[in-house]
Design a protein around this ligand. Structure first.
Ligand SMILES: Cc1ncc(COP(=O)(O)OP(=O)(O)O)c(N)n1
Ligand SMILES: Cc1ncsc1CCOP(=O)(O)O
Length: 215
């Protein structure tokens, strides 16, 4: 919670609970207090993987993130309340198009750079591949993976609407309270919870905001 509060106080507009270890009932208390933190700050809590948990603590200020092998968008939406934000992971521009056709509110692309937060099964995408993703994306595009204050610039230049970071925020010195986990680039493409992210200078990214345990 200390990291989550610091991220919100630093300007992050979205937090994600990604807990690969605990059962959902065990995640529920933390999810609930994170939701309340987000609600009090007009931010959005994204639950990773678990549509039922996102529905249970939603709908207000709670969304869902699914990967390629999680519930498809249509099936997840049967569990969510109408209007709950739903994002989907993609490793290829073609998959971004597919995610959009499925009805994802925003699309994630990564890993941008090498990360130790999650095992890497392919080379980092890098900013050039992100430009291809940008060309495919018609909904907000979230860049993820290995992003830090030092390397976020090319990611933003390549067209990311938002930045999602884990290690950079989790390992940042506690004295640095200005943390951001999301960055909005262009208000013209907003139609989801990302639309509530205020413009932010990516260079103010002291660390990102990701809540939960590392795999
Ligand atoms: C914003 C964002 N992008 C990508 C991911 C990764 O999701 P997924 O592919 O489902 O992998 P796991 O997180 O489940 O390991 C994400 N969580 N958030
Ligand atoms: C969950 C996930 N999906 C792709 S990269 C990643 C981890 C990103 O974490 P970090 O910001 O620590 O590199």
């Amino acid at each position: 919670m200390e990291i989550a509060r610091a991220a919100i106080n630093g300007g992050a507009r979205m937090l994600q609970l990604r807990d690969k270890l605990r059962d959902k009932g065990e995640q529920l208390p933390l999810a609930t207090v994170l939701r309340d933190l987000c609600a009090a700050n007009d931010a959005l809590l994204i639950i990773n993987d678990h549509a039922d948990l996102a529905a249970a603590i939603g709908p207000d200020h709670v969304g869902l993130h699914v990967g390629q092998t999680d519930l498809p968008v249509a099936e997840a939406r049967k569990i969510l309340a109408p209007g709950q934000v739903l994002g989907r992971s993609n490793r290829d521009p073609d998959l971004i198009i597919e995610s959009q056709q499925m009805g994802a509110d925003h699309v994630a692309f990564g890993a941008m750079y090498t990360t130790t937060t999650k095992p890497m099964i392919r080379n980092p995408q890098g900013p050039e591949r992100l430009k291809q993703a940008r060309a495919a994306a018609q909904v907000p595009l979230v860049a993820i993976g290995g992003i830090t204050a030092a390397n976020v610039g090319p990611v933003v230049e390549a067209g990311a609407d938002a930045i999602c970071v884990t290690a950079a925020v989790g390992s940042a010195p506690r004295s640095r309270s200005r943390r951001r986990c999301a960055y909005r680039r262009d208000s013209s493409r907003r139609r989801t919870g990302l639309g509530r992210i205020p413009d932010a200078n990516p260079l103010q990214l002291k660390a990102g905001g990701h809540v939960g345990r590392r795999r």
